[in-house]
Write a protein that binds this ligand. Structure first.
Ligand SMILES: [Zn+2]
Ligand SMILES: [Zn+2]
Length: 322
């Protein structure tokens, strides 16, 4: 915090990066730990104070916050964690004489709003800008000399094999916002996982080590660039049909590809917009020719079309998912 004060005293600007939108990500029952979930998707809802609503960031559905816990009836519901809106409120309270603004999906619903926020910050009217990864997208502010990355660990905890690479990239990108012209900028990382190797690499801007470690892990666990990933995504409104069909599909694939076939498994978010989801992943050596692989996939698809229930399932492919 005193870094912010110092920077402002020098007449310079501050960017604070928080990768979560909303006020507090979660509303939680203090008695039993119940958390409100979206009716359409398998995710917890985010609290937005300004509108006093809970909203789902996957399907956009909004709810009024419940008065009492739906599991135990307790009226003691507590806000947990924090998002951009909460950061904005706290910073505005701490620095009442300074204009603070927020750049995220919620404040930029219209095109003009986005441009206004950027313009106000560029002109220096706004001194502290708080934002999600939108802030990292190719913006260049000359007078920014301090960038704060809040809860950096939340970037690392996504269940995705690219999470670490992405987190590194994002943190370095955000850091790049500081002092891009003449002056040397400063970056402050706030994290509860100070010893996390990725955080350490960011601090040292160590691309080389990141790449080495990542490549080693990926070879070990059969990920790109050593293996090509083919992701089959099955979606259905009927969880039982989805279960049966995806299992049957995987069995047929396994007859041809053997242990290269993984799944079916439900992704971390198993239901989005009322559709249940199951994934099958096939890992193929990069050296293998792709045409026979495609023939096998086509063959299995044709075989499955003979199964009536398959009509209730949507399937699409994601090759080398990014
Ligand atoms: Zn939803
Ligand atoms: Zn409860």
């Amino acid at each position: 915090l005193h870094k912010i004060t110092e920077t402002l005293e020098r007449g310079e600007q501050v960017i604070l990066f928080q990768n979560r939108r909303g006020f507090a990500p979660l509303l939680e029952c203090k008695t039993c730990g119940w958390v409100p979930h979206c009716v359409n998707c398998d995710v917890s809802l985010t609290y937005h104070k300004y509108q006093n609503t809970l909203s789902c960031h996957y399907c956009g559905y909004t709810y009024y916050p419940p008065k009492a816990c739906e599991a135990c009836g307790s009226e003691e519901l507590e806000l947990m964690g924090f998002g951009t809106e909460k950061v904005e409120e706290e910073i505005a309270a701490l620095f009442p004489d300074v204009r603070v603004d927020r750049l995220d999906l919620d404040t930029t619903r219209s095109k003009t709003a986005y441009e206004r926020i950027i313009k106000d910050f560029e002109s220096g009217k706004v001194r502290i800008l708080i934002g999600t990864q939108m802030i990292t997208k190719g913006l260049d502010f000359g007078a920014v000399s301090l960038v704060g990355i809040l809860s950096a660990e939340s970037l690392l905890n996504y269940p995705d094999f690219r999470a670490h690479e992405r987190a590194f990239q994002m943190m370095v990108q955000v850091s790049g916002r500081a002092g891009r012209r003449q002056k040397q900028g400063e970056v402050v990382l706030q994290t509860t996982q100070i010893t996390h190797p990725i955080i350490d690499m960011v601090v040292r801007f160590d691309y080389k080590q990141l790449i080495d470690v990542q490549l080693m892990e990926r070879q070990l666990f059969k990920y790109p660039p050593y293996y090509r990933l083919i992701n089959l995504i099955f979606r259905s409104k009927d969880a039982f049909v989805l279960d049966r069909i995806s299992k049957q599909y995987a069995d047929l694939l396994r007859e041809k590809f053997g242990p290269r076939v993984l799944g079916p498994v439900a992704p971390p978010i198993g239901r989005v917009q009322t559709f249940y989801i199951k994934n099958i992943v096939i890992k193929i050596e990069v050296s293998a020719p792709i045409a026979p692989v495609r023939d096998v996939l086509d063959g299995v698809y044709k075989q499955m079309q003979a199964v009536p229930e398959f009509k209730q399932v949507l399937l699409h492919y994601d090759v080398d998912p990014m």
